[in-house]
Each structure stands twice: as C-alpha cells, then as structure tokens.
Design a protein around this ligand. Structure first.
Ligand SMILES: C[S@@+](CC[C@H](N)C(=O)[O-])C[C@H]1O[C@@H](n2cnc3c(N)ncnc32)[C@H](O)[C@@H]1O
Length: 376
C-alpha cells in the first residue's frame, strides 16, 4: 500500500512531533493505510480522528486508534478460525479447491488458472466469485469469504480481525503492488501468479493479528469513512490536521477495490481485466481529476483556515499526475495559512510501479509543509 510509514522515520515524524506537542487533537483526513493515524495514536497522547473515502482505510484506522488497551486474550482467534474452517470445508467443491491448491507449482500457470476459473463458487462466497482464480487462488478466496462471514461480534475484536484480514489479503493478492490488475497466467507473469497463490493466507492473517492486537491508542480516537472536506468541518482552533491528499490522476478506488470489497463484505458484478466492481460502487475523488484537483485542494484548505486549525501537508515536490505540483500546493497553502516550515523528504513511490519488485520502485521527493492559522 502507498503508505507514509517510511517517511515517518524520515522527516515527517519530526515535523508531526513538533506540532503535536501544541495540538489538542490530530486529524488524518486521507488516512489510506492508516500508518500516520496509528503512529500518532500510539506515540502521542492525543485523540486521533482519521478519515478516508474508502471503507477499508477506516477499518484499518479504527483497529488501533479506537482502542486504548492491547488485546492479549487469544481465545477469540481460535474460535474465529474454527467457525471459518467449518464454512470453508462446507463449500460444495472443497475437495476440488484443495486439489487445485495442491497442484500449484506442479502444473503450468495456465492450467492452474483454468482449473481455478472453472470452480463454481456459488452464493455466499462473494469475494471468491469476483476474484477467485484471479487475485486469489480458490483456496485463498474461500478462506477470505469464510473469515469475513464469521468475524467476531465484539466491536474491538471485529475491527482487529477485519483489519488483519485486509492486510493479509493485500499481502497475498496476485498483482503488482496494488490490485488494479491481476497477474496473467502467461510465461512472464505466471510464476508471480503461482507464488502469490501459494501464500498461506490464514498463517499470514495470524501474524497480522499479532501485530495489530498488541498496538493501542494512548487516547481513544475515531475513524470515519468520509469525504475530507466533511471531516474538516469538525476541526477546531488548536487542532492539528495532517493532509496527504491523492496525487494520482487515477482514482485510488481503482487500485484498491479488492481490499474495499473485503472491507464491505460484498461485491456486485465485476468487469474488465482488473475485475472492477461497477463505477458507482467505487468512490471517486475530486482530488484525482485534472479538472477539479486544484479547486478541491483550495476548498479544503479554506475550510481548515476558517476552522483555525494548524496543518501539515505532504505532496510530491514535482508535477503529479492529477495536475497538481508541489509549487501549486505551496502557493494554495500560502493563500490561506502562514507557512512555518517547508522541507523535502525522499520516499519510494509504488503506485503505478511495483512494490513487490524493488527495481520498479521509484524514488520521489516529497514536500512537507507546516502551516499555522493566520490571526483573523
Ligand atoms: C496519498 S493516499 C494517503 C496515504 C496515507 N497517508 C498512508 O500513509 O497510507 C490518499 C488517500 O486519500 C483518499 N481520498 C481520496 N479522495 C478523498 C477525499 N475526498 N476525502 C477523503 N479521502 C480521500 C484515498 O482513498 C487514499 O486512501
């Protein structure tokens, strides 16, 4: 996932740390992987309010920022896995699904893929019907459906379980870096497809649970699936707002629809080589359209200036594919705020690249602007 995690150790963490000391609450309006929301909630004693247009991001954020105790009990994990195992083994083609999994690496990618696509998943397995035989092997996708359907009821456990499932699915997905398109079962991409399909999803899930369950917020916060401009209206004087707006001219929902479907637990009809859900099911953003990105940024900063919040904003230093450049962001910020500090940090970009193959990563310079509200 295109996350700010690396930058937290490379300039961003310091910039946040300096401003947080004076802040009442901290907002993360484009939370994405929730790396920044988790960092602030765990390391600083401030209430964090995190939002994103995508449900899966809100789930990731909620799993840590809404909880002030680590989860040490493990009994719920075993009973969740047992409930899921019952569902998995109840699938009418379970024996075929197991055989396909056992054949991976022994038959060609094209044969494995054709066997996988012949499975009739039936009702009650929406992730499998949409993505089984593409982003996931039938064995992996049936596990995802079964785990999604048997999540625990208690809110804290449900959030941790679903967040861990989203992360595990992201690590298993047979696609380059994100889920815009699955690997094809041909000579070039076939080996990557099989590698991904061989991943032990339940084992990865257990590791993700261990990681998330031990984390906690110092102060209880809240996660929202909400447009940034709407959540910005909740900011007050004394709040610090972190902004990491989209820089891609393609909607993020196109890259992350598989994770979004898992978060929602349902998928409508899917089309195209990327197996995308219908357009109306995918959140679209004014920040990712050339014709509206400038106005969207201006309108958001105008709201935050009116609310007299302080802001830290990150953006690629050069020209981004949504039409905005680092200079545009700096100029728009200057229209509404006093510029306290401008720094440049380096990070690796994977969107449009390939996070699973290092060579395809691109190094990019990223601006970090610290802004304070102007006196009225
Ligand atoms: C650059 S990414 C943020 C990455 C995040 N900081 C991280 O560390 O993972 C931009 C995010 O903004 C979200 N987004 C796009 N338009 C939005 C809007 N109008 N309101 C809220 N979130 C939006 C996208 O879904 C995406 O997750």
């Amino acid at each position: 996932m295109g996350s700010k995690r690396a930058m937290l150790g490379n300039g961003l963490g310091e910039a946040l740390g300096r401003s947080i000391a004076k802040a009442d609450r901290v907002f993360d309006l484009f939370t994405g992987s929730a790396a920044v929301a988790w960092h602030v909630a765990e390391k600083h004693g401030k209430e964090v309010l995190a939002g994103d247009l995508q449900t899966y991001s809100a789930v990731l954020a909620a799993s840590v920022i809404e909880r002030t105790e680590p989860i040490v009990d493990r009994a719920w994990i075993e009973s969740w896995m047992l409930r899921a195992l019952e569902r998995v083994t109840a699938h009418k083609q379970w024996q075929d699904i197991r055989q396909i999994q056992e054949s991976l690496g022994k038959v060609s990618a094209s044969e494995a893929s054709s066997n996988a696509r012949n499975v009739n998943f039936g009702e009650g397995y929406p992730i499998s019907s949409a993505y089984g035989g593409y982003y996931f092997s039938p064995w992996q996708s049936v596990w995802i459906d079964a785990l999604r359907k048997s999540l625990p009821d208690a809110e804290d456990l449900r959030n941790v379980g679903l967040a861990a499932l989203i992360q595990a699915a992201s690590r298993c997905a047979a696609s380059p870096g994100h889920t815009a398109q699955p690997f094809k079962p041909n000579e070039t991409a076939g080996p990557y497809l099989i590698d991904a399909w061989l991943k032990d999803l339940p084992a990865i899930l257990l590791k993700r649970i261990d990681d998330i369950a031990r984390r906690k917020a110092n102060k209880k916060g809240c996660a929202y699936c909400m447009n940034a401009s709407e959540l910005a209206e909740m900011a007050r004087p004394g709040d610090l707002v972190f902004l990491d707006p989209p820089y891609s001219g393609v909607h993020y929902s196109r890259f992350y629809h598989v994770l979004e479907s898992i978060a929602r637990g349902e998928v409508g009809d899917v089309t195209g080589s990327g197996r995308y859900p219908e357009r109306r099911e995918r959140p679209s953003s004014d920040f990712s359209m050339l014709s509206t990105s400038k106005r969207a940024l201006n309108d958001l900063l105008e709201i935050l200036a009116r609310q007299q919040a302080s802001v830290i904003i990150t953006f690629p230093a050069g020209k981004a594919s949504n039409g905005l450049s680092g200079d545009d962001v700096k100029a728009t910020a200057g229209d509404h705020f006093r510029l306290e500090e401008a720094k440049v940090s380096s990070r690796f970009s994977t969107l449009g690249g390939d996070s699973k193959h290092r060579a395809a990563r691109q190094q990019a310079d990223e601006l970090i602007l610290t802004l304070s509200s102007r006196p009225n």
